[in-house]
Ligand binder design. Structure first.
Ligand code: ATP
Ligand code: ZN
Length: 283
């Protein structure tokens, strides 16, 4: 079978998580910063390390079969690719921001104003949708200093915590797009068995990340209360303990409401609660 090629970011915000995800899928490869291409020794796959901006086009043109890149970069390059899987990392929002002292009230107040950005395509699409005509100034980096320099009235950029905006005297004004890392493929190739196999591995790693394995001890008289609190993957396992009248309960609970679960379980009589990470969940 033909070796699959996956493009990931060579260095930057998505690199580490991308490498970690592939390693968690059981793929074994060298991650030398100097190499552009790394063969995987235990799966028919080669990893191409690229600038993130090039990844969507490489996938569209078939130089790579699949790629791992931010949704914002896909939108900006305007390629037509298949979304195979949202990956839940590299989350950010693309926002229009304005100087703290500015008196813009609604998005239409941006009419006739200048907006500095590294994402002119996404911004233009947004302005078109809102029926606003503004002057887009495309710059490649440090967009947030543009208003201070008198280069633009507003900016459009990636914001995660807002710290960079604040330190440049800017405030968020309008959310335009939410983005996260996505696994993309070429349209029509979604049924390639190697892609499906890799996708299945990625999904099992992601499912495992969202859940924890929990073991706890409880007195049999409190068991029903505990079981009522545990949704579990299927039903929880209940094993007798050496101490008469006590059992151990093994189950899997979602990470997202972890603390509320644990506190409820304690109140219901759970003791010696042990929480463990899960590596993979195969359904
Ligand atoms: P490259 O050298 O590969 O072109 P880059 O400098 O364009 O890298 P990075 O800053 O590494 O890009 O960001 C890569 C992606 O990470 C972004 O396109 C976006 O999808 C995502 N991301 C998540 N949070 C942030 C953030 N706070 N700032 C910038 N990008 C973020
Ligand atoms: Zn880039």
């Amino acid at each position: 079978m033909k070796t699959l090629k996956i493009a990931i970011q060579k260095s930057g915000r998505l690199n580490e998580k991308s490498v970690e995800l592939l390693k968690n899928c059981g793929l074994s490869f060298d991650n030398y910063k100097s190499s552009l291409i790394s063969p995987v020794s235990n799966f028919p796959l080669e990893i191409l390390f690229l600038r993130d901006d090039d990844i969507p086009e490489y996938v569209q043109d078939g130089i790579a079969d699949i790629g791992l890149v931010g949704e914002n970069v896909i939108a900006e390059t305007g390629v037509d690719v298949a979304y195979l899987q949202r990956l839940g990392f590299g989350k950010c929002t693309l926002k229009i921001a304005v100087p703290n002292q500015s008196d813009f009230k609604t998005v239409s107040d941006l009419s006739g104003k200048s907006i500095a950005t590294s994402y002119p395509v996404i911004l233009q699409n947004f302005l078109d949708k809102e029926g606003i005509s503004a002057d887009i100034k495309t710059i490649s980096g440090s967009v947030e200093i543009a208003p201070g320099l008198g280069l633009a009235d507003a900016i459009f950029d990636i914001v995660s915590t807002g710290g960079t905006l604040r330190s440049n005297g800017l405030k968020p004004f309008a959310d335009v797009m939410a983005s996260e890392a996505i696994l993309i493929g070429r349209k029509g190739e979604e049924t390639n068995p190697l892609i499906l196999e890799l996708l299945q591995r990625i999904q099992s790693v992601m499912r495992a990340k969202e859940t924890k394995y929990v073991v706890l001890n409880v007195e049999k008289i409190n068991l029903d209360k505990i079981l009522a609190l545990l949704p579990g993957v299927k039903s929880p396992s209940v094993l007798p303990l050496a101490e008469e009248g006590w059992v151990a309960v093994h189950t899997v609970i979602p990470e997202r409401d972890f603390w509320s679960h644990i506190n409820e379980l304690k109140t219901a009589g759970a003791q010696g609660i042990v929480v463990m990470p899960i590596e993979k969940i195969i359904l």
